[in-house]
Every structure is written in structure tokens, then in C-alpha cells.
Ligand binder design. Sequence first.
Ligand SMILES: [Zn+2]
Length: 260
Amino acid sequence: MTPHSLPSTNWEPSCEQALIDMVNQTPGKSPRMGYDCPICRNKEFVLTLENGLRRAKSCSCLRIRQNLTRLKSRGLLELYDQRTFERFQTPYAWQQQAKEAAMTYADSDLNRWFFLSGPSGCGKTHLCTAIASSLILSGHDVQIFRWVEWASNAKGVVTDAAAYAALLEPLKTCQVLYLDDFLKVQRGTSPTAADIRLAFEVLDARYNHGDKPVILSTEFNLRQIAGFDEALAGRIVERSRGFAVQIQGGSDRNHRFASG
Ligand SMILES: [Zn+2]
């Protein structure tokens, strides 16, 4: 090292690094929002040495805690604690296969969508919630909407262009979108033309930005969705290739698993 490249501090670099390591390894306060961060030990910052200068940077757990705070404000935090991959029971082969597909997706680079269809009570919301939790805990910004409530609100303001656009905006632009019970309607009825238009507008916007992942849980399989609207089903089929899981059948024992 030439004299000119010496850092402008009186400390030897190794001493400075030792100080930084010591601070980084010192535990902070008790974990906020219950998230125990192995990186900053709950101080929410980490020190680094850059060109001989000590710098403090925000830790990635800040984003995770923001996500958890948002879930809590919507009364969803408890749900997300309960619906984890570990808690998903798999006495039948189709459950194990569906769980494996969901875990593979959660660990993927998210360049696809995840589609899970099946009858009420088959665990599709549990698995999709577990994917969302897993992504939140790895620092992704996941926006979660229950289709029935959200679609009802959107249809109610369809004549107010500004309010309508404001309701659709977060679904079109968020990093990861999870739509729970996609296209759900009252038993014995089908989604209306207004429902399909709404679904298409949101998914088409995300389709046109190939890197915008979507997680869909729904009681309708892809053939039924194609019956409602071929273009809508076509986008889902194309983007969820390899992660389209369809559970069919009556009783738990007789469910069948299909993946494509
Ligand atoms: Zn941290």
C-alpha cells in the first residue's frame, strides 16, 4: 500500500473493521413486529467500511417489518402466522404435491405467476398465504386483496374515473399481487361481464410488465375461466406455466392434483 492510498483515519483498517464487526454483532432492542433479524440483530442498521470510511445502512429487515405492520393494520397478521408451509397438513398425495409446487414457487425468481384452483376447503388459501408470508419475510412487497370485497368496491365506483383508477392502481403496479378467491361470486352464479372486465384490466396490466408476479387462488379451474373469457385464461395459462396447480374432486381422499 502506498502512502497515498492510506485511509484518512488514524485507525488501522483492521481496527476499524474489528469495531464495525463488534457493533454489527451486538444485539439491539427486542425484535419489532416479532421479526428476529439475523443480519442486524434487530438494530435495523448495519455498519460497513467503504474506502476507509464507516457508514451505517438501513437493514433489509426494515422492509419486512413494514410489510408485517401493514398486515397487522389489516387484521391479517395472525392469519399469516397460522397459515405457514409447516402447518399445512399433507395426509394425501395431492396435498403434498400442491405444497411442493407452492414452496418451489416461493423460492423461485418470481418470473412466473402462481395459479391454484380447487374446491372450497382444499387448502388453497392456506398455501397461497404461505407463499405470501414467505415472500414478505424475504423482503418482497406483497399486496393482498380478497377479490369479493375489492371487486365490489371497484364496481361501485366504476362511473367515477378518478376513484376507479385509484382503486386499480396498487393492483396493477405493486411488486407482488395476491388475489384471494379470484372471481368468487355467490354460489350457483357466474362472474358477471363487469367482474371479467375488472379481472382482465388488472391482469393485463401485469401481463404487459412480464416481471410483475401474481398469486391467484380460485374455485374456478382454467377451463372454466376460459369459458368466461378466453383472453383472460390465456394470459393466466401463459404466465403461470409450470405453476398452474388444479385440484379437482369431491372428498379429500378423492381429490386429484394436476399441474401445468
Ligand atoms: Zn435487520
